[in-house]
Design a protein around this ligand. Structure first.
Ligand code: APR
Length: 314
């Protein structure tokens, strides 16, 4: 039987994601938005469905503003929320998006109690915590999408700098999805060769900084809204690894209980993604400097997660 994938939020990320999932025939898609959006999700879904005969895909795509059609989804992806505006940090979004993600997660738990949930809404690590706390799903079944995107940005810049195929670049970005993320050059390789041996230090530092600012760079260019092509592509890679039980290793926001000395927080760490969601958190050895950068990131995610308590979200 075909898998069922629900995408909540039919905006830029959600609609592009629905399109990509259908084009890859990963399953049938339900695209949901708020009742105020009226025919918008249904219109976008129909438009994607009608592309099927041209592209040759048989995925069914349905748009709705109600939860019953989402029932018994295998995967639910939460993209609901406001995107960042220029000059706005991901953290400014905390309060508004936390309330949205909380109410969405209640519905997900009710209608798709066995689903694996992938969270995309920002600030990512805190929103993934809200989904985990609200659904009460087991920790392997609630995953945040950030590291795949951040790594993809880094890989794009490395490939460009060396004029090589992106397929030969293996990037590694850890930590929270924010200004304190930790691109790890020591574990970034090109056809197995550490990138530190291929790109001069100063240039590599530029790439690291551009990776950290990757989201903001696009927000600044777009002026309204934030990135959605690379974010949706990143989610598709995760969905594919789960549904095909590929067990690919990706950096994702995972609930840590002691790994990397983090307890009770979602943080971007390398994980194995398979049919059971997060099947393993991979522990990397870090140098003193890497560890101290990661600690800054942990502290910032911790602060955000703590503020969810003050706001009575969790
Ligand atoms: N339930 C369902 N959908 C909702 C809800 C809700 N409670 N609240 C808002 N939405 C919908 C909006 O109506 C809108 O259609 O979420 C959609 C968000 O779409 P965009 O505004 O286009 O934002 P997008 O660029 O898709 O980003 C969504 O992903 O990358 C993150 O930072 C980004 O948090 C943002 C999210």
């Amino acid at each position: 039987m075909r898998k069922k994938i629900t995408v909540i939020g039919a905006g830029h990320v959600g609609a592009t994601l629905a399109q990509r999932i259908a084009e890859k025939e990963l399953g049938n898609v339900v695209l949901l938005d708020i009742p105020e959006s009226e025919g918008m999700p249904a219109g976008k879904a129909l438009d994607i469905l009608e592309s099927g005969p041209v592209y040759g895909y048989d995925s069914r795509v349905l748009g709705t503003t109600e939860y019953p059609p989402t029932a018994h989804s295998d995967i639910v992806i939460i993209t609901a929320g406001l995107p960042r505006k220029p000059g706005m940090s991901r953290d400014d979004l905390l309060n508004t998006n936390a309330k949205i993600v909380k109410s969405v997660s209640e519905q997900v738990a009710k209608h798709s109690p066995n689903a694996i949930v992938i969270v995309v809404s920002n600030p990512l690590d805190a929103m993934t915590y809200v989904a985990y706390h609200t659904t009460r799903f087991s920790k392997n079944k609630v995953i945040g999408m950030a590291g795949v995107l951040d790594s993809s940005r880094m890989a794009a810049f490395v490939a460009e700098a060396l004029d090589v195929s992106v397929q030969d670049v293996q990037p590694m970005v850890m930590g929270g999805h924010g200004d304190t993320m930790v691109p790890i050059t020591r574990y970034t390789t090109v056809a197995g060769v550490p990138v530190t041996e291929l790109i001069p230090k100063e240039k590599l530092e530029g790439i690291v900084q551009r990776t950290r600012d990757g989201g903001a760079e696009i927000v600044k260019l777009l002026k309204t809204g934030s990135a959605y092509y690379a974010p949706s592509a990143s989610v598709v890679a995760m969905v594919e690894s789960i549904l095909k039980d590929k067990k690919r290793i990706f950096p994702c926001a995972a609930y840590c209980e002691g790994e990397y000395d983090v307890k009770g927080l979602f943080l971007g760490v390398p994980v194995k993604l398979g049919a059971n969601g997060i099947e393993q958190i991979i522990q990397l050895n870090l140098t003193k400097d890497e560890r101290s950068s990661l600690q800054k990131s942990i502290d910032s995610v911790k602060e955000l997660t703590e503020s969810l308590k003050r706001l009575n979200i969790i």
